[in-house]
Design a protein around this ligand. Structure first.
Ligand code: ADP
Ligand code: MG
Length: 245
């Protein structure tokens, strides 16, 4: 009995129960979200504009705090666990300019490990690995704001990979990318071992990268399951204002 319990806690990367959140102006953005994601799963988050996707992702590392229960790799998100959970969940914003603020690529990617108080050698090793994972070795001394959008997005991902997170939560990482930058980003996401939850409208990418799709609308999860089955359900997609492939 006890063994079963421990195993369940370890294998669940993200556990969300009855999550509700209203913005200060009263907009009820999440209306009771329940979602469980196992370690190693790669999940697409699909939904029309205003569905609550960004709001949900912002809860995963405590950037926003709603009512309800969030467990990350077995640990309940609360004030006392916030620092630990921030290191577990790499949250990448839709706009890389919201994530990159240092004078060089190196400083941006080193920021998290330095903040964690890691020794210099470890910081250097983590920056090297993170830049290698996103194919940006050699860009250390470049100014983040002078890079192309695709490069900025990859550096933004490197800034969270350097924290060695168990989970990646990416908000619309493919938005505004040209097809070749999209393909490059797909390849690098495919090679990463982390549990992933990724919001995107891009149906071909969902089909290619994510075995499971969660559909949100009106602040709730309205469908959750096998990607092929969800994308084949044209009534469901139409009912929620989504492109039918
Ligand atoms: N900063 C904010 N202040 C007030 N309302 C917001 C804010 N951000 C989002 N909302 C509202 O919350 C709801 C969910 O938005 P969001 O999570 O951004 O949806 P999505 O990412 O699926 O497009 C929408 O009604 C949106 O207008
Ligand atoms: Mg959004």
């Amino acid at each position: 009995m006890r063994a079963t319990k421990v195993r369940a806690a370890v294998d669940t990367a993200i556990g969300i129960a009855n999550l509700r959140f209203a913005y200060p102006d009263g907009v009820q953005a999440l209306r009771g979200v329940d979602l469980t994601i196992a370690a190693g799963e790669k999940v697409a988050l699909l939904g029309p504009n205003g569905a609550g996707k960004t709001t949900l992702l912002l809860h995963l590392n405590g950037t926003l705090r709603g009512k309800g229960d969030i467990r990350i790799v077995g640990q309940t998100l609360r004030d006392g666990s916030l620092k630990h959970i921030r290191a577990q969940v790499g949250l990448v914003f839709e706009n890389p300019d919201d994530q990159l603020f240092s004078p060089t690529v190196f400083d941006d990617v080193a920021f998290g490990p330095l903040y964690m108080g890691l020794p210099k050698e470890e910081v250097l090793a983590r920056v090297r690995l993170a830049l290698a994972q996103v194919g940006m070795v050699g860009f250390e001394e470049r100014l983040p704001h002078h890079l192309s959008l695709g490069q900025k997005k990859r550096i933004a991902i490197a800034t969270v990979l350097s924290m060695s997170p168990a989970i990646l939560a990416l908000d619309e990482p493919f938005s505004s990318l040209d097809p070749s930058a999209c393909r490059e980003l797909m390849r690098l996401l495919q090679a990463l071992p982390q549990t992933m939850i990724v919001s995107t409208h891009h149906i071909p990418i969902i089909r290619h990268l994510f075995p499971r799709t969660v559909v949100m609308d009106g602040g709730r999860v309205v469908a959750d399951g096998d990607t092929e089955a969800i994308l084949a359900d044209t009534d469901l997609l139409e009912a929620h204002g989504l492109d039918v492939p």
